[in-house]
Design a protein around this ligand. Structure first.
Ligand code: SF4
Ligand code: SF4
Length: 380
């Protein structure tokens, strides 16, 4: 399998500039030799975590998305559609707030509603999941081109090209996977199963302005001035991790994917083209601190009160009362039914599995992830 990742400097969301860079990165990553787009039906899969303003940097930038559409047209795609499904269920979701819908209109392509119909894809090679329910868009396309955003992630530390496929699962179905696979390692195995089932063909990563700190929904914009391209999405994620200063071998999704030896032999089996990796590295990128586990301590430690004490020292969601607008998005998405909301959000930490879905979807940044013994879960 091709293992080349193109890294290019790109310091602006000017669509012509990005198109030039995408074209160059496409060639450096193997071009037509690794993927022939001519006459193919293409699904572009941006990363739409929240339908929020581009200033939040939670989503693939609309001008990056536009340039990717234009490149697919140049390469001769016969049809281009685009879509994604954020965590919370909104039938007819149109990605208007984040600007992707308008780009689809301008460029004359269809935004596909991932919540309308679904289909089941088999995954005999899966370690945890042997079949997935995903958008039925996959039935009428030839290629999946992933457009991830470089971001940190409270649960998985880093989210990039491989994890971007999670949005192919419609709406709230996604949160049920947090209940089924509450440990980081099992959740990572499920993500890699999905990646193996969908087999995305190529990825362009928007790392022009990335997200550092408490991502993937409420982190901070960090100008990183880069763009990555590869047909090997694992190699891309390994490269992105090195750029922001993570050891890729300890990122759960990467570790799991490497263990299968499907895409790469090991994390050093990656070639880069374009910029030198050393020159692309970003200094002082604010990362999520690695913790041993999210709730694996529960499984291994005893007696019960020590388990509980240590578990409570793990990072957990804490609600900032003055910021909360009582929209209940967090209550709807919580897979453990650990949240309720009358006049204020209440959390039952005995039920909470530390998946941080609530933190991802909160539109007001009213949920912090902290190590604290505060048992009410509220900061006033
Ligand atoms: S914590 Fe956030 S998501 Fe939950 S109700 Fe308040 S504002 Fe909405
Ligand atoms: S309260 Fe938040 S972190 Fe806990 S299970 Fe619910 S969504 Fe996950």
């Amino acid at each position: 399998m091709n293992n080349t990742v193109a890294i290019l400097e790109c310091d602006d969301y000017n669509p012509e500039l990005i198109l030039d860079k995408l074209r160059e990165s496409w060639m450096l990553a193997g071009g037509k030799d690794v993927l022939d787009v001519e006459g193919k039906r293409v699904l572009l899969k941006p990363n739409v975590l929240l339908d929020s303003n581009i200033k939040k940097t939670a989503t693939t930038h609309p001008e990056f998305f536009r340039a990717a559409i234009r490149l697919m047209k140049e390469l001769g795609a016969s049809e281009i559609i685009a879509g994604d499904s954020p965590g919370f269920p909104k039938p007819g979701f149109k990605a208007k707030g984040c600007g992707l819908w308008d780009v689809c209109e301008d460029e004359g392509i269809r935004w596909y509603d991932f919540l309308k119909r679904s289909t089941v894809i088999k995954n005999p090679e899966g370690r945890k999941v042997k079949s997935f329910t995903v958008t039925d868009a996959v039935e009428n396309i030839d290629l999946i081109i992933s457009l991830p955003k470089l971001k940190t992630h409270q649960l998985m530390y880093f989210t990039g090209a491989v994890k971007n496929q999670f949005g192919m699962i419609p709406g709230l179905l996604k949160s049920s996977f947090h209940m089924k696979f509450p440990t980081r390692s099992d959740f990572a195995a499920m993500i890699v199963d999905l990646h193996q089932a969908l087999k995305p063909d190529f990825a362009f990563m928007d790392a022009i302005i990335s997200m550092e700190g408490p991502g993937p929904g409420n982190g901070f914009a960090k100008k990183t001035d880069l763009l990555l391209a590869s047909s090997n999405l694992l190699a891309m994620d390994i490269t992105a991790c090195r750029i922001i200063g993570y050891d890729p071998d300890i990122i759960p999704v990467i570790r799991e994917a490497l263990d299968r030896r499907v895409w790469l032999e090991n994390s050093h089996d990656v070639e880069t083209a374009g910029m030198r990796l050393e020159d692309a590295k970003i200094q002082r990128f604010q990362k999520i601190k690695l913790t041993g586990s999210n709730n694996q301590l529960r499984e291994f430690l005893s007696p019960a009160f020590i388990k509980r004490f240590l578990y409570n020292l793990n990072p957990k969601p804490v609600f900032i009362e003055k910021r909360c607008i009582r929209c209940r998005e967090c209550v709807s998405i919580c897979p453990a039914e650990a949240l309720s909301c009358d006049d204020m959000i209440k959390i039952n930490y005995d039920k909470c599995i530390r998946c941080f879905c609530c933190h991802e979807v909160c539109p007001e940044d009213a949920i912090a992830v902290k190590r604290t013994l505060n048992s009410s879960g509220i900061i006033r």
